[in-house]
Write a protein that binds this ligand. Structure first.
Ligand SMILES: NC(=O)c1ccc[n+]([C@@H]2O[C@H](COP(=O)([O-])OP(=O)(O)OC[C@H]3O[C@@H](n4cnc5c(N)ncnc54)[C@H](O)[C@@H]3O)[C@@H](O)[C@H]2O)c1
Length: 318
């Protein structure tokens, strides 16, 4: 049996690193966090205060959560006795190359070295290392203390043992890991998100709907559906008793014909500025904390409702 996951190092305490910190501490791990930001202590405290009630709603004992988190002055101190390292620094190959060289050198030999990278595959920043067998992607969706999926993506040099341990680790902190066997920029989740975002931007650019109306379309249809069935099971059911086969023959033909008509938005500087202004007009009157609290409250409610059905998201996928 592999060493238990007792101590985590979190490198980079921005949006994602702070949420991981709360999740790991909520699951009883000791967490060492490092980030050069001057307000690190305040940021960690604020994140733990904001996330603790949502972790409690997941059934976790959060009474001692703040005592489990320590600040480290640098990467070497953070990883000293780590069983697992979760990297959440800037999305930049040069940064990740340098950092993972340090991690391989400084972290204990058994420690898993995981990156939250959204689009850069592990081989791109670990290919030159002497030993990249413990380096792989553990890509979450924001915020990772609530959204269950973690895309586990090995690089060319990652060992099978590390893949299995990463799956074991993410399950141990209540996540739903999915192993993806081929490196592709953006992995699966962000490719899907980008395909939808591209069309969403196009529709707003064309004046078909505004940003808030587009969001209403998604949250009241696809978003709701996709929290219970994915696109393939959804289509299988959309075909009625004839299933996916009937769907493909019946509506699929006209759907596929539409592929050629999908939009290619024109995101030059002027169009980008117009889009940003439209989004700010739709949502800019409400504060970040008000909007994130509302989002987290709703997501916690959806997760609790799904849990109450006895189905985990992982079970839905079988
Ligand atoms: N924001 C998202 O929705 C999201 C979702 C999934 C994955 N990710 C990925 O997670 C990673 C972090 O993204 P984020 O949104 O949290 O970014 P962010 O800008 O909020 O945070 C990055 C943090 O890294 C810190 N940092 C910079 N240099 C550092 C160093 N040398 N050592 C330690 N920390 C350092 C910065 O001070 C900052 O706090 C990226 O790779 C991103 O692609 C982001």
């Amino acid at each position: 049996m592999s060493k238990p996951f007792t101590t985590a190092a979190v490198i980079g305490a921005g949006t994602i690193g702070l949420s991981w910190t709360a999740l790991f501490a909520g699951h009883g791990m000791r967490v060492r966090v490092t980030d050069p930001r001057p307000d690190l202590a305040e940021a960690v405290e604020a994140a733990l205060t904001a996330c603790a009630p949502q972790l409690a709603e997941q059934g976790l004992d959060i009474r001692d959560i703040a005592n489990r988190v320590q600040l480290a002055s640098d990467v070497t101190e953070a990883v000293r006795d780590a069983d697992v390292v979760q990297e959440n620094g800037p999305e930049n190959i040069g940064f990740k190359q340098e950092l993972f060289a340090t991690l391989v050198r400084e972290a204990p030999a058994h420690a898993l070295l995981l990156s939250s990278s959204s689009a850069i595959p592990a081989t791109a920043f670990s290919g030159e290392l002497d030993d990249a067998s413990r380096v792989l992607i553990g890509h979450p969706f924001n915020p990772p203390h609530l959204v269950p999926l973690v895309e586990v993506v090995p690089g060319e040099h990652t060992s099978e043992e590390s893949v299995a341990r990463a799956v074991e680790f993410y399950r141990s902190v209540g996540r739903t890991p999915v192993v993806e066997r081929k490196e592709i920029p953006g992995f699966v989740g962000n490719r899907l998100q980008n395909a939808l975002s591209r069309e969403a931007i196009y529709l707003v650019e064309q004046g078909v709907v505004g940003p808030a109306e587009l969001d209403t379309v998604v949250t009241n249809s696809l978003g709701l559906r996709w929290s219970t069935v994915g696109p393939f099971l959804g289509a299988h059911l959309g075909g009625g008793p004839g299933g996916y086969r009937h769907m493909d023959e019946h509506i699929g033909v006209s759907m596929k014909r539409m592929w050629d008509a999908l939009g290619q938005p024109d995101q030059g500087p002027e169009e980008t500025e117009r889009l940003i202004t439209a989004v700010e007009k739709a949502y800019g009157h409400r504060s970040y904390s008000e909007l994130t609290q509302e989002r987290d409250h709703k997501q916690t409610a959806v997760l609790a409702a799904l849990h109450a059905t006895g189905n985990t998201t992982e079970e839905n996928q079988r």
